[in-house]
Write a protein that binds this ligand. Structure first.
Ligand code: TXA
Ligand code: MG
Length: 312
């Protein structure tokens, strides 16, 4: 049986409730279909990465009902406010510094201290976000490596019944992804070209630097050094456990569940990083399911630290 539902009041209610309770719901936006989850729920966010079968953690975009919600979650400066007044609701995603108290899973930002926000203009997306009544993190609703879906049937091809509901809103009116602009530093940077032309943005805030997302993402790196595949901690080190590990300072998943480990990864590393340790020893994590993405991210953390150190 297909889990594509026509959009109406009843399906909005069901979809909103599914998201609040940690489910995965695909919904149309004016750009492309998104696969959304409750952004405050670590496990739900991990299950989104699992469904997407992405071999790495790319940060997700938060989809909000209005600009007011943005100010509760991120630091919004004057230039950004001008962009918001001009382009929201609409197809501009803005990356900002997240507020420390924002009740958003660390996994949404892949451990970064920034967060990508957008208020979509699609009335169906809006109805769903209203009904969910929580910040919704979403990514384009395609499996990793496939192009972004613009009709419900594309979403079904990628995910079938692996997700809880596909809200059908017909064909996306725009059909191209949003423009992504990084406003988290002094100099605005274009991370992805999209629907909103750069000239329109520059007409409002002046010169924007152009960069490609892939080269510009600075991977999250803790202050402490990380040691992978550790059987135990050396003197002074914190032990981040996986599986049975009575000596661990924190445990990613006692049940050896890689999805649970992904849900805990960034929050636990951040917590240990605050402690009085000389480094963080991480027990081996199997290369299966989200374990691949966890190991990839830990390896990138090491590379980022080496780059940071060589700059010092
Ligand atoms: O039109 C769109 O933006 C669609 C619809 C569903 O809203 N969404 C979309 O999501 O295209 P996704 O996950 O396929 O692409 C979002 C991009 C990713 O390349 C990610 O790296 C980047 O946004 N991104 C998210 N958070 C970021 C952050 N904090 N810093 C830099 N880049 C970020
Ligand atoms: Mg995508």
């Amino acid at each position: 049986m297909s889990n594509i539902k026509p959009s109406n009041e009843l399906s909005f209610l069901q979809a909103g409730s599914l998201i609040r309770r940690g489910g995965l719901v695909a919904f149309p936006t004016e750009t492309v279909y998104g696969l959304g989850v409750n952004a405050s729920n670590d496990k739900a966010v991990a299950s989104l990465f699992k469904a997407k079968q992405r071999p790495e953690f790319n940060p997700l975009v938060l989809h909000l009902v209005d600009a007011k919600s943005a100010e509760r979650l991120a630091f919004v400066d004057e230039k950004t406010k001008m962009l918001i007044r001009r382009f929201w609701p609409g197809s501009l995603t803005i990356v900002l510094k997240r507020k420390p108290e924002a009740p958003i899973s660390e996994l949404v930002s892949a451990g970064l201290d920034t967060i990508a926000l957008r208020v979509p203009s699609s009335p169906i997306a809006h109805a769903l976000l209203r009904s969910a009544a929580c910040p919704v993190a979403a990514t384009s609703a395609n499996s990793s490596g496939m192009i972004s879906p613009t009709i419900a049937a594309h979403v079904e091809e990628s995910f079938g019944n692996k997700i809880d509901m596909i809200l059908d809103g017909g064909k996306c009116t725009v059909g191209v992804e949003s423009t992504i602009l990084d406003m988290s530093e002094e100099q605005p940077v274009l991370l992805r070209s999209g629907v909103v032309p750069l000239e329109d943005i520059e007409a409002i805030i002046g010169r924007v630097e152009r960069k490609d997302t892939k080269e510009s993402i600075r991977h999250y790196a803790p202050k402490l050094s990380i040691r992978l595949n550790a059987a135990s901690a050396k003197k002074g080190e914190a032990l981040l456990g996986f599986g049975d590990a009575p000596d661990a300072d924190m445990n990613l998943s006692r049940n050896k569940d890689v999805t649970e480990a992904a849900a805990n990864l960034f929050a636990m590393i951040r917590e240990l990083d605050k402690g009085d340790f000389t480094g963080i020893a991480v027990m081996p994590i199997p290369e299966e399911g989200l374990g691949v993405a966890i190991n990839d991210r830990l390896a990138k953390t090491l590379i980022q630290k080496k780059q940071d150190n060589s700059k010092k």
